[in-house]
Design a protein around this ligand. Structure first.
Ligand code: FES
Length: 353
């Protein structure tokens, strides 16, 4: 006999960021609306959910803000029945569209040497939670459920007119994901503090009634203090200049993709690319054999230097400020440079090597 997990109830808590990951994983169960996601009426029936248990578990795991909840029971089944249960959800069919060759856009003229660094970076570069959420939502299954493959195999948008997060500019979309993740974290902290505070109160009253005069004040005060959520430092130290100057021209270093950065080697310089797609904020993949970044959401393509050449995106990827401090290359994500504004010529947008 084998066993399997059967979903008996599924629901969605507050905090949905309308990323479409759940609808992609379990389209029969979840429907993404303008402001949130709902359980389809048919999926309120336990018999409907049973054969879709694996998809529902996948959807819950892929939700970047963990608002999908479910109840399940483990039942014993025959080996034949267990074998009939789909193991894992099928792989994404959102393969990149066939590349469309378009005239190359000229890389900008790049100029003077970098200015001296004036500030000190203070972080070694922990993974950016917003980037992690976007990676999870946009790349695990190849992008949004609203994305359809057309008859020619090319990618086409669903034509949806929903005013959801996908219609926001990349910065706003990233901020929305980050805010949702922060809220979820804050709620969890609040719950832990409430539990811990109640325990501390009981200890305090016990000590008080016993007349022991125990010093519970500092601990109680700590429990009552709010935990301050700090923004991650936008300055990320990414190692010695030599590491990047030794790259071949045309190379891409993905070591800091979890922090939202691709380091690229150009003819006589290095630069730090923002990995956020300038269409609607998904995260493209670097396809080394095709020498391009390809966005899984709607098919935008960019050359190694960040200039767009296919798909719906209206402009190139952005570059971050970059400088050397104490012999270490620092990328400052708070300062961005846009090609279409002629800013890739600015000295602090690259390092000569
Ligand atoms: Fe639409 Fe990247 S988000 S192509």
């Amino acid at each position: 006999m084998a066993s399997k997990e059967i979903i008996s109830k599924v629901w969605i808590e507050d905090g949905c960021i309308v990323c479409d990951a759940c609808e992609t994983a379990a389209p029969d169960v979840f429907e993404v609306l303008e402001e949130t996601c709902i359980i389809r009426p048919a999926a309120l029936d336990v018999e409907f959910c049973k054969p879709r248990s694996t998809e529902i578990v996948d959807a819950a795991e892929e939700c970047p803000v963990d608002v999908i909840k479910f109840e399940s029971t483990t039942v014993e089944v025959s080996d034949a029945e267990a074998a009939a249960v789909p193991a894992d959800a099928p792989a994404s069919d959102a393969a990149p569209a066939a590349p469309v060759v378009a005239p190359a856009k000229a890389a900008p003229a790049e100029a003077a040497p970098p200015a001296a660094a004036s500030v000190h970076a203070s972080t070694a570069g922990a993974p950016d939670p917003a980037i992690a959420a976007l990676l999870k939502a946009a790349t695990t299954r190849g992008g949004h459920a609203g994305m359809l493959k057309n008859a020619d195999g090319g990618m086409a948008s669903s034509g949806s007119t929903r005013g959801d997060a996908r219609n926001l500019p990349p910065e706003a979309r990233q901020a929305k994901v980050q805010a949702a993740a922060k809220k979820a974290s804050a709620d969890a902290d609040a719950g832990r503090r409430a539990f811990a505070s109640s325990g501390a109160l009981m200890v305090g009253w016990g000590a008080f009634s016993a007349g022991a005069g125990l010093a519970v004040g500092p601990a109680f005060t700590r429990f009552m203090m709010p935990n301050v959520m700090e923004e991650p430092d936008p300055r990320i130290r990414i190692g010695k200049l030599q590491k990047y100057s030794e790259m071949e021209p045309g190379g891409v270093n993905e070591d800091y993709k979890p922090q939202g950065i691709w380091m690229i080697r150009l003819e006589d310089r290095i630069a730090a690319l923002n990995i956020i797609c300038t269409h609607l904020g998904c995260i493209p993949n670097w396809l080394v054999n095709e020498r391009k970044y390809k966005c899984p959401c709607h098919g935008s393509g960019y050359y190694q230097n960040g200039v767009n050449f296919e798909g719906p995106t209206p402009r190139p990827l952005e570059r971050f400020k970059i400088y050397v401090e104490d012999g270490i290359v620092v990328v400052d994500k708070s300062k961005k440079y846009n090609y279409e504004l002629g800013q890739w010529d600015q000295p602090s947008s690259f390092l000569l090597v």
